[in-house]
Every structure is written in C-alpha cells, then in structure tokens.
Design a protein around this ligand. Structure first.
Ligand code: AP5
Length: 294
C-alpha cells in the first residue's frame, strides 16, 4: 500500500531548467530510455479504469513497460496546500509546465468571479478581504465543475488551495475526486509575510514574481506588474489565522498520502523534490498497468 505516509522528505537537489524539455531523473533513465519524449504525454492519455493498486510495487521489465503503457497510464491527480505565500502557485507553474496537468486554483477561480462582478464574486470578495474562507456554496461547485471538464479528466489535475476545510474535502470525495498525493508546503510565518508584500503578478502571462526573490526579467514586464488586493501585511496575517485553524482538519483527511516539504528553500530546490516524487508516482502508475506484449 502507499508508502507516502505523512513524512518530511529530503532529496538531493537537481538542477532544473523549466524551459528545457523534460528529461526523467537519472535513476529512471533505464526505464524510460527509449521514450524520453513520451513521458510528458503519459499525463495526456486517460485510462478510465481506476487502478486500485496505484502504489503497487510490481516491477515489469523496462522494455515491456515502455511498450505497454504510454497510451494507458492514468493521469496524475495532485493537491498542493500550504499557508498564504508558501509557494503553491509558484510550484504549480513549474509542475504544469513539466507534467501538463490542468491547474485548478481555488483563489484564481474566485478572483475571476470578483473581476467579472458576478453576485458570487461580490459575495466572495467580502470574505477574501477579511482573509476568511469563502462559503462552500460558492466554492465547492466552482471547483467541482472545473475538475469535471474534459481536459482535467484527460490530462489529470493539480488542485491548488482546495480543500481548505474538512467539509470541502468530504464534498470532493463524495464527487469521486481522489488525489494520488497531497503536498503540504511548510514555511515559517516570518518568511510568508515578506513573500506576500513583495509579490507581483503579470496580468499578461499570469506569471508570479517577487520584487526580491523572482524579479521581472525586463523593464517592460516590471511596468505592467500588479498587486493582489489581499496582499498586505495586515490581510496576510488574517489569512494565516484561517489557514492555521483549518490545516490539521484537512491533513486528517489525507494523512496516508501526505508529503510535507520545506517550502522555505529556493523555488527550484522545492520543485526538484516535487519533481522526484511525481516522477516516481508516474512510474508506479505505469508499473501498475503490468507488462503487455509490444
Ligand atoms: P489564494 O489565492 O489561494 O491565496 P493563499 O492561499 O493565501 O495563497 P497565495 O496565493 O497567497 O500564495 P501561494 O502559496 O500561491 O504563493 P506564491 O507561489 O504566489 O486564496 C485567496 C483567498 O481566496 C483566500 O484567503 C480565501 O478567502 C479564498 N479562498 C481560496 N481558496 C479557498 C477555498 N478552498 N475555500 C474558501 N475560500 C478560499 O508565492 C508567493 C510569493 O513568494 C511570490 O512573490 C513568489 O515569487 C515568492 N516565492 C514563492 N516560492 C518562493 C521560494 N521558494 N523562495 C522565495 N520566494 C518564493
């Protein structure tokens, strides 16, 4: 059964250039040696048969495995959680770039409603400004609808900032959305405040910057950066209170698939750890299919 019981992981950081095409980690080169370019496509092909033994340790011979599985591997389903500014969005950018998952961010869905001026958006903003959770009747169906779309089903999904309460987790489960893994980014609070006040967003590309840690590449980008309405020291402290009072409840729902990572490391080091975990998870999904003659 799952070896992903709740633990802290320490991996040797590998260098990663998000602009380079995917290459599997060195320890998986033999298994994927003849299909390096196919690996990202694993997430593009949906097997509608939900595998019960997705963490099985079965080991097929590499040749058979490669021949058998690229068309049928189940897509990844990932949850990423953590306090405000723990780096969820930043890691999601890197993960989606490499694994081609559908990024579903509850905060982004809500901000889109706010920007459109809908009734739900107006109501959501009242809670967001106070750093409180937006009521379930607004959030739950919004996330469910996005996860139910064809691209999420086919490519797999990366759920960012949801669920944030036990009731949200229970609702998701009742809809049949079960993650493979729950990643929790842990960052000391004093770092979080600095990250929030320095965060800027590029409205053109959606990219997340930080004035000190990830400055914009050009003057042109710098000139168009925007700041979120809830990115003030005062508001992040309210968001932290909300996070701290809910996080244990959520963890209790995913204890056996939770991985806690030190999110205070530089972003590429955090990503390197996530990348190793996801690569291994994909490998296990492929292995779970069993050998099939070429
Ligand atoms: P949401 O938008 O999800 O905000 P959040 O949870 O407070 O998280 P953030 O988006 O602030 O941070 P992040 O972890 O994505 O960090 P980022 O990568 O940007 O939610 C907003 C509101 O919506 C909530 O308060 C609530 O009201 C409502 N809401 C959302 N989900 C809800 C739900 N499920 N139910 C009910 N209500 C909900 O990084 C932050 C900064 O740090 C950036 O500048 C980045 O460049 C920098 N940085 C990132 N990683 C590193 C690193 N490793 N080293 C140095 N700098 C880094």
């Amino acid at each position: 059964m799952a070896s992903y019981s709740c633990y802290s992981v320490s991996f040797t950081a590998q260098s990663f250039n998000p602009n380079k095409p995917l290459a599997p980690p060195p320890n998986q080169l033999s298994r994927f040696s003849s299909c390096q370019s196919k690996l990202p496509l694993l997430s593009l092909h949906l097997s509608r048969n939900r595998s019960r033994n997705r963490f099985s340790k079965s080991k097929a011979s590499p040749g058979l495995l490669v021949a058998a599985s690229a068309e049928k591997a189940e897509p990844l389903r990932i949850m990423i959680s953590g306090a405000p500014a723990s780096g969820k969005g930043t890691q999601c950018e890197l993960i989606t770039k490499k694994y081609d998952l559908v990024h579903v961010a509850a905060g982004d869905l809500l901000r889109a409603e706010v920007a459109s001026g809908t009734e739900n958006g107006k109501r959501a903003k009242e809670f967001m400004e106070k750093g409180q959770l937006v009521p379930n009747e607004i959030v739950v169906m919004m996330v469910k609808d996005r996860l139910s779309q064809q691209d999420s089903e086919e490519k797999g999904w990366l759920l960012d900032g949801y669920p944030r309460s036990q009731s949200q987790a229970t609702a998701l489960k009742s809809f049949g959305f079960d993650p493979d893994i729950f990643i929790l980014l842990e960052v000391p609070e004093e770092i979080l405040v600095e990250r929030v006040v320095g965060r800027r967003l590029d409205p053109v590309t959606g990219k997340i910057y930080h004035l000190k840690y990830s400055p914009p590449e050009t003057e042109e980008i710098a000139a168009r950066l925007t700041q979120r309405f809830d990115d003030t020291e005062e508001k992040v402290k309210l968001r932290l209170v909300t996070h701290n009072s809910n996080v244990e409840d959520v963890l209790s729902m995913y204890g056996d698939i939770t991985v806690k990572l030190d999110g205070s490391q530089p972003k590429l080091e955090v990503f390197s750890q996530i990348d190793s975990i996801l690569s291994e998870l994909l490998e296990k999904k492929v292995a779970a299919l069993g050998p099939v003659a070429a």
